[in-house]
Design a protein. Structure first.
Length: 357
C-alpha cells in the first residue's frame, strides 16, 4: 500500500511530499524544508515509516532544504541532480535513474530550464509525478537566473512531462493560490504559458518579459542548498528543548511522557486544566499540580511564570494540548503537553494526590 502525504510550508509556499511503502516501512521525502524538519520527523514516526532518502527537485532559491538535518536524524540519503553541483549529495542523479523505497520507486527525469539541475520524479506506475518548479499549476518556474533558459524549459515540459498519460496527476513544488494538484491533460490544454498551441517562440517571448523580483531568501537559500541544507546558523527552532525528554508531534506541539515528567517534576510548573471536580475527583491529580481550568487559562496567565517550563495536564491530553497552543500564543516558549493525560499517568502507576473514594 502506498502512503502519500502533501505537506505545506506557509513561509515559502513550498510543498513537501511524503511517499512510503506500508509493508516495508521505507519512505522518501521530496523537497523537505529546513524549518519543517520537526514536523516531518513527527509524521514519519507517527506513521511508523523510516526515511531512506530526501529527494530534491533542484537547488532551491526560496527556501533552505531540510535534507541535511534529516540525514543527521535518519542517516538517510540525499538525492539531487548531479548537474546541481551540491556538496553533500550522497546520491547524485542522472536522467533515467530510479529512486527506490521498498518495492516501489520513482523514475528520475531531467527537466532543466528553471535551473540546469531540475528533476521531475515520476511514480513507477505513472499515476503521479512531482514537477518541482519546472511545471506549476497553470504556470511554470521562472527562467531568468540559476542557468535558466525558456527554450530549454519548453523542451523539458513537452518532452518529459506532457508525454505522460493525460490522467497522470502532477504535484508542483509551490503554489501561491492554495491549489494542490493538476494533471497532464489539464496542463496540456489549459496552461497559459505552455499548453494548447503555444509555440517555443511564444513561450520564450512571454518568459523574457516577466520582470520578476528575485526571491527574498535567495542570498541565504542558494549557498545553503549548495551544501544540501547544511548551514552555520542553525535555527534554534530546530533544536529540541533540553529541559526534558520531549517528543514533537505532527499536531505541532511538544509532548512529555509520565516517566520524563517525574524526572523533572521539581523543576517545572504542572498546570492541570481540568475542572475542580475532576482535579479533586476519582482520578486525583499529580503532586504539585496547580489547577487552572482551561476556560480560565487566558485570564490567569499571571499565575504562571514565563521563566520556568510548563507542563499542561488534563484527563486524556486533549484539553491540555489546547492549553499548550494558548500558552504558546501568549509567549510561553517552554511548554509541553502530558501525552495521554491522567489516564496514562494512572495506568503507569504514578503518584497521585486528592483521590476520592
Amino acid at each position: 500500500m502506498l502512503v502519500f502525504r502533501q505537506l505545506f510550508d506557509p513561509q515559502s509556499s513550498t510543498y513537501t511530499y511524503l511517499l512510503g511503502d506500508r509493508a516495508s516501512g521505507a519512505a522518501l521525502l521530496i523537497d523537505p524544508v529546513f524549518e519543517q524538519v520537526h514536523r516531518d520527523i513527527a509524521l514519519l514516526n507517527e506513521l511508523d515509516l523510516k526515511l531512506v532518502c530526501s529527494a530534491e527537485t533542484h537547488v532551491h532559491a526560496d527556501h533552505v532544504t531540510g535534507a541535511w538535518m534529516l540525514r543527521r536524524h535518519f542517516d538517510s540519503e540525499i538525492a539531487l541532480a548531479a548537474a546541481g553541483g551540491a556538496e553533500g549529495t550522497t546520491r547524485p542523479l542522472e536522467h533515467g535513474d530510479h529512486l527506490p523505497f521498498g518495492p516501489r520507486h520513482l523514475e528520475v527525469r531531467a527537466t532543466p530550464g528553471h535551473t540546469d539541475g531540475c528533476l521531475t520524479y515520476v511514480l513507477d506506475d505513472h499515476s503521479m509525478a512531482f514537477t518541482g518548479d519546472c511545471l506549476l499549476i497553470r504556470g511554470c518556474g521562472r527562467t531568468d537566473f540559476q542557468q535558466g533558459s525558456p527554450r530549454t524549459l519548453y523542451g523539458s515540459v513537452h518532452r518529459e512531462i506532457f508525454s505522460l498519460p493525460n490522467d497522470c496527476l502532477l504535484y508542483p513544488g509551490h503554489d501561491y493560490r492554495g491549489l494542490t494538484v493538476t494533471s497532464v491533460g489539464e496542463e496540456r490544454r489549459f496552461n497559459p504559458r505552455l499548453g494548447g498551441e503555444i509555440s517555443e517562440a511564444d513561450f520564450t517571448g512571454y518568459m523574457d518579459n516577466l520582470k520578476l523580483a528575485h526571491p527574498r531568501q535567495i542570498q541565504v537559500a542558494v549557498p545553503a542548498n549548495l551544501k544540501c541544507g547544511r548551514r552555520g546558523d542553525v535555527n534554534e527552532a530546530l533544536v529540541a528543548p533540553t529541559w526534558a525528554d520531549l517528543t514533537f508531534t505532527f499536531a505541532g506541539i511538544w509532548e512529555i511522557q509520565p516517566q520524563a515528567l517525574e524526572d523533572v517534576a521539581g523543576r517545572v510548573q504542572i498546570i492541570d486544566v481540568r475542572e475542580t471536580n475532576e482535579f479533586d475527583g476519582a482520578m486525583g491529580h499529580i503532586p504539585g499540580a496547580k489547577l487552572i481550568p482551561l476556560g480560565e487559562l487566558s485570564n490567569r496567565l499571571s499565575e504562571i511564570s514565563l521563566d520556568q517550563p510548563v507542563v499542561t495536564v488534563c484527563r486524556s491530553g486533549a484539553r491540555s494540548a489546547q492549553a499548550v497552543v494558548i500558552l504558546q500564543k501568549e509567549g510561553f516558549d517552554q511548554v509541553a503537553n502530558l501525552g495521554g493525560g491522567m489516564l496514562r499517568w494512572r495506568v503507569d502507576g504514578r503518584a497521585t494526590e486528592g483521590l476520592r473514594d
